[in-house]
Design a protein around this ligand. Sequence first.
Ligand code: TPP
Ligand code: MG
Length: 333
Amino acid sequence: MIKKKNKMKRPDAATSIELYRTMLRIRLAEQKITEVYPTDKIQSPIHLSVGQEAIAAGVCGALAHGDHVHGTYRGHAFYIAKGGDMKRMFAELYGKDTGCARGKGGSMHLADPDAGLMSCSAIVASTIPVATGDAYASSRQGRKRVVVSVFGDGAIDEGVFFESVNFAVLKKLPIIYVLENNWYAIHSKVPERRKQLDLYRVAEGLGLTGEKFDGNDASTVYNAASAAVASIRKGGGPRLLEFTAYRWHEHVGPGVDFHESYRRKNEQALAQKNDPLKLAKADLTKRCKVKPELFAQWEAELRREVDEAVDFAEKSPFPTVENLFQDVYAESL
Ligand SMILES: Cc1ncc(C[n+]2csc(CCOP(=O)(O)OP(=O)(O)O)c2C)c(N)n1
Ligand SMILES: [Mg+2]
C-alpha cells in the first residue's frame, strides 16, 4: 500500500523551497542536455530522470553532507541533488579533462566524492554491492555515516541485490536501499518480469522489511528518507524504500517515446498530471504563499548556473593521451 500523502506532516517552508529548487536545478540541467545532445558534443549515452526528480531531491535532502550515495547510469539527478558540481558534470558529459571523472566516465559514471556521490555505473545493480561495502566500512570504522544505494526496478532481478541485502541485514549495516520503481526496465514492464508486484517486499525473506511511497511527491520522499536516516543513525540497521516514479523520456537518449507500443496511451497525460515539479509548485503557492515572481527569479538564477556550466565544458580542454593512464588504479594505501 502506498502511504497516503495527505495525512502526513509536510516539511517546513525552507525545506520545501529547497526541495523544489533542487528539482528545478535537475530539470533545467537535463533540459539543457536534450538541447545540446543533437550537436554530438556529448558523446556518451544519456539516461534522463525527467519526471523522477522528487526521489533524488527528497532522499538527498534528508542526508547530511558526509553521507554517501551510490547511483546508477541514470545519475544526473542524484549527482546534482547530493551537491555535485554542475560545471564538472557538464564537463564530464563533454568528455573534458575538467570533468568529475576527468572525461573518462561520461554521463553514466558520475562521481563527486567531495559531495558524497561516490559511484555510478552502467552495469545494472553493480553499485549495490559497492554501496554495501561502503556501509560495512563505515560501520567498522565506527562512523555515523548513512550510505544510500540507488537502483531501478530492473536491478532487483539481479542476484547481487540479494547477496548484498543478506550481508547488510546480517551485519546490521547503516544503508538505505532506494528502489526507483519507474515500472520499466528499458521496454519491459514489471508485470512482464515478476508475479509479485509489491517490490518493497522483495527481500522480506532475508529479513529486510521495505516500505513503498509516492515518489512524485518530494515531501513524501523527504519524510520517508528522514525517518529511515533517523532510525539508522540510532543503529536500526538497513532499510528498503520503494518510490514509484515515471520516466518521461525514452530509456536512453534525449527523445520522448510515448507513441511507442510498450507504453499505454494514457501514460503521457498521467505523467503530466503527476509532474513532481508541478505538484511542489502548487504546494508552495498554496501553503507557503510563494509568489510567481519568486518562482521566475529562481528559474532565471538556475538557468544561469546551467548556462555557465555548459560554457565551462565547451571551453575546457580534452584530456591528453598521458591522462588516459592516470587514476586507473588506486595509489597504495
Ligand atoms: C548487468 C546488466 N544487464 C543488462 C544491462 C542492459 N540494461 C541497461 S539499463 C537496463 C534496464 C534497467 O532498468 P531499471 O533497473 O528499472 O532502471 P531504469 O533504467 O528504469 O532507471 C538494462 C537491462 C546492463 N547495463 N547491465
Ligand atoms: Mg526501471
